[in-house]
Design a protein around this ligand. Structure first.
Ligand SMILES: C[C@@](CO)(OP(=O)(O)O)[C@H](O)COP(=O)(O)OP(=O)(O)OC[C@H]1O[C@@H](n2ccc(N)nc2=O)[C@H](O)[C@@H]1O
Ligand SMILES: Nc1ncnc2c1ncn2[C@@H]1O[C@H](COP(=O)(O)OP(=O)(O)O)[C@@H](O)[C@H]1O
Length: 286
């Protein structure tokens, strides 16, 4: 095993629409959602070894090593080999945590895909997605790396091509806890299921939005600002909100008007995750 360092992308995602269709007996919710990647994300530099040890630097403030979803992903993978597999992982954490951009889930998926290659485990995409699902409902779509319509709890994926628009993504100064939000008594959780072709034609919405705006005034404020300029909504369970533009110059014109204190990203939608290009590059080099 070569101990050289390789670099891997962990892109963010947006939920272009998200509907909550019901609650299962295990407490998880049935969803219909459309995932697309964007060209902003975290980065992982990984050096594999046979030390049986995993290091992740720098530590994420407030998250113990064993709670880091990257660490959990390495443990789940190590179980598939008798070898004393180890890795030194450097994480460049660019994405806000708990923002509905899927940063943790994407970090976990990138870890699975990268270490499956670097540790020469030869698990297929199906197996990696199944391991990912145990780590979080959002992990499989990042493992597969294609924009997708998701049903079930987010694991039944149909790849899809949608317009690769430009987005302005605002990070309000607030944090939404996904589990708390899912248990909010006021949450809309009975939207009727619709076939994909109808969902694509109808106006796109997010069923979390009303409740998140009510509980987090900063989110309502950010959304109100974006809505002056373009169609805008919440992503995932929040708290980030985004607006969509057909061209980069349209997005830049609004970006220029953003108040100084606002944390805001310009990003492009991607139907194919940069992680797949990283994997292809690594295959070429070995
Ligand atoms: C709702 C979404 C939409 O993308 O929100 P974001 O996390 O992206 O904001 C995701 O499906 C979230 O996925 P993920 O963040 O991986 O959630 P998990 O760790 O699996 O679950 C966190 C908690 O949310 C609740 N949960 C999650 C997914 C789901 N379909 N139904 C649920 O009820 C459960 O209480 C669970 O304990
Ligand atoms: N590598 C990681 N990156 C981000 N968050 C992590 C990580 N490992 C564990 N977490 C925990 O998971 C929570 C949700 O993270 P994140 O995936 O960023 O949220 P979201 O899915 O809403 O975008 C964080 O608040 C943090 O406590």
């Amino acid at each position: 095993m070569q101990h050289k360092i390789s670099h891997w992308s962990a892109p963010a995602k947006l939920n272009l629409f998200l509907y909550i269709n019901g609650r299962r007996s295990d407490g998880y919710h049935e969803l219909q959602t459309l995932f697309q990647f964007v060209d902003i994300g975290d980065e992982l530099a990984i050096s594999p070894n046979l030390s049986d040890r995993i290091t992740i630097t720098p530590a994420i403030p407030g998250v113990a090593l064993t709670d880091n979803i990257i660490y959990k992903a390495t443990m789940a993978l190590k179980a598939h080999s008798p070898l004393p597999l180890g890795a030194d992982i450097t994480l460049t954490k660019n994405l806000p945590m708990g923002g509905g951009l899927g940063g943790g889930s994407s970090d976990a998926a990138t870890t699975l895909v990268a270490l499956n290659h670097l540790w020469q485990l030869n698990l297929d995409e199906e197996q990696l997605a199944a391991i990912g699902l145990k780590l979080g409902a959002d992990v499989p779509v990042f493992v597969r790396g294609h924009a997708a319509f998701a049903e079930g709890i987010g694991e039944q994926l149909t790849s899809i091509e949608v317009d690769e628009n430009y987005y302005l993504i605002v990070v309000p100064d607030s944090q939404v806890n996904t589990a708390t939000l899912f248990s909010d008594p006021e949450l809309t959780r009975n939207t009727p299921k619709r076939p994909l072709n109808q969902l694509l034609q109808d106006e796109w919405q997010n069923d979390f939005e009303t409740t998140v705006k009510k509980r987090h005034p900063e989110v309502a404020k950010a959304l109100e600002w974006l809505l002056k300029y373009a169609p805008s909504r919440l992503t995932g369970s929040g708290c980030c909100v985004f607006s969509e533009f057909k061209t980069k110059s349209d997005a830049l014109a609004v970006l220029a008007k953003a108040p100084k204190h606002m944390q805001i990203y310009l990003a492009k939608g991607l139907n194919k995750s940069p992680l797949l290009y990283d994997l292809a590059r690594e295959h070429c080099m070995t």
